[in-house]
Each structure stands twice: as structure tokens, then as C-alpha cells.
Design a binder for this molecule. Structure first.
Ligand SMILES: C[S@@+](CC[C@H](N)C(=O)[O-])C[C@H]1O[C@@H](n2cnc3c(N)ncnc32)[C@H](O)[C@@H]1O
Length: 248
């Protein structure tokens, strides 16, 4: 699993998709998420002091956000992912195994761009459904493909606003998702089902869970390619929504 995420986060187009006809625009998903956070911050004229990536996995978006944000925190439930992210922080690189065919594959090296100040990053293990109370007041919060992995996405979104809100007033929350029953029981999905004969979209569900203090800034379809091996890939079109917490 850790190898798969290291390839997803740090693999180049050539490392990931050797075929010229493959969807290369779907590679580098974490970096594109970080770019959209930065573009949204610029468009809204927001401060770029503190950002947090909840469900950061092996940390690529955290490092990309650190190109601009002064302090970036990466949080994940997985101890192994946080250890890998910390190795990348301290060493600047980490070897991993890319599966090609059966047991065959190649050892690749994940590398952090030397232009990134890795000292701006911090990684810690924590549960997105019960985030530590000291994590408050970030200018930007990234929840990339996290909500659909949680037993209670509402518990996570409930932590965004309010007195001890993860995002400060004026700040943004960005979140793609794809619901799957294996992770989130259907009755905890934020949308993607019918209620009283009406279809409830995930966007409306997220809006309801965030509450009136948040407004939708932008949304887009963002492709994501996950390589299983050289002849099998998952192609996902994530629905990304960016929300701004009102100043009041
Ligand atoms: C689908 S992956 C997405 C990883 C990364 N954000 C990305 O876009 O590549 C979901 C991540 O959420 C983490 N995760 C799952 N449950 C969590 C929880 N309760 N709290 C924090 N992280 C969690 C997983 O360990 C994994 O790294």
C-alpha cells in the first residue's frame, strides 16, 4: 500500500504510464490539488501562512503547499504513511518498489524538489474524525479523497467551522470524494443516494454538513490515475469543491 501511494504521489509520467496513449493528464494528482488550493487562495486574496492536509498519506501535497505556505501540517491515521512522509522531510528522498508484472518491478526513488523548504512541513498521526483541539485556524484545509474513507465524514466536516474551527474565518476547504461502502456506511454518506424520492448530491450533502458559515467558491472535475501494475490502472474523475468560510 505504501509503495502504491509513493508512486501515486511522487512517480513521474514515465514511471507511472509508459504508454503514449494513456491519460497522462491524470498523473500528479496531489500536486494538482495543492495547485488548486493555491490558485483559490490567490483568487480570493487570502493569507498563505498556514495550511493543513488531512489524510495526507505520504505527503506530496504537503510539500507542494510548502512552496508558498509558511507552515504546512500533514495529518494521517496511518503510522506507516506518516513515517514515510517524515523520512522524505528529513532525507529528501525515499526508495520504493513499483510493481510491474506479478512479482516483478523496479525500485524507484521518491524525491522532494530541492526548491521546497522542507522545514516548513510537519507530519503527525491523527484521526480526521477526532482531530486534536490544538489544530485550529488554518488559512487552507485540504481533504483530498479523505471524506470517502471515513466512517463519519460529518464528524470531520463538523470540525471545519465554529469557535475551534480547523479553517479560520475567510479560509478555504477543498475536497474531492468518491463514495465507497467498504469505507463509509451508506447511511453516513454525504450524498449520492435518494431521500424521500429526491436525489441528494454529494455537493449538497457537503454544503449541509459544513453549514451556512461556508459558501461554495468553485468546483471542477479532476482526473486521477492510480496504477496497480503496468497493465492495470484505475481512472477516476474526482469532483473537487472549494468552500470558503465566511468572515463572520
Ligand atoms: C484515498 S487516500 C488519499 C490520500 C491523499 N490525500 C491523496 O489524495 O492521495 C485516503 C487517506 O486517508 C487516510 N485516512 C483514512 N482514514 C483516516 C482517518 N480516520 N483520519 C485520518 N486519515 C485517514 C488514509 O491513511 C489515506 O492516506
Amino acid at each position: 500500500m505504501q509503495n502504491d501511494y509513493l508512486l501515486l504521489h511522487y512517480g513521474s509520467a514515465e514511471d507511472t504510464m509508459p504508454y503514449s496513449f494513456g491519460p497522462r493528464e491524470a498523473i500528479d494528482f496531489p500536486a494538482r490539488c495543492a495547485k488548486l488550493v493555491l490558485e483559490s487562495a490567490t483568487q480570493l486574496g487570502l493569507k498563505t501562512e498556514r495550511a493543513i492536509d488531512v489524510g495526507c498519506s505520504v505527503g506530496r501535497a504537503v510539500f507542494e503547499l510548502a512552496r508558498t505556505y509558511q507552515e504546512v501540517v500533514g495529518v494521517d491515521l496511518s503510522k506507516a504513511f506518516i513515517e514515510a512522509a517524515n523520512t522524505l522531510k528529513h532525507e529528501g528522498q525515499l526508495d520504493y518498489f513499483r510493481k510491474d508484472e506479478g512479482q516483478l518491478g523496479a525500485t524507484l526513488t521518491a524525491t522532494i524538489d530541492s526548491a521546497i523548504d522542507r522545514n516548513r512541513t510537519t507530519f503527525r498521526q491523527a484521526d480526521a474524525c477526532a482531530l486534536p483541539p490544538e489544530l485550529v485556524g488554518f488559512d487552507a484545509v485540504l481533504l483530498a479523497n479523505l471524506l470517502d474513507r471515513l466512517p463519519s465524514p460529518k464528524a470531520c466536516l463538523a470540525r471545519m467551522g465554529g469557535y475551534l474551527g480547523l479553517v479560520r474565518p475567510g479560509g478555504v476547504v477543498m475536497s474531492p470524494y468518491t463514495w465507497m461502502e467498504q469505507f463509509t456506511p451508506i447511511d453516513a454518506w454525504l450524498g449520492g443516494y435518494e431521500r424521500d424520492g429526491n436525489a441528494l448530491s454529494s455537493k449538497d450533502g457537503i454544503r449541509a454538513a459544513l453549514g451556512e458559515a461556508f459558501e461554495l467558491v468553485t468546483e471542477e472535475n479532476m482526473p486521477l490515475l492510480i496504477r496497480e501494475h503496468v497493465r492495470k490502472y484505475q481512472y477516476i474523475v474526482t469532483h473537487v469543491t472549494v468552500w470558503r468560510r465566511n468572515e463572520t
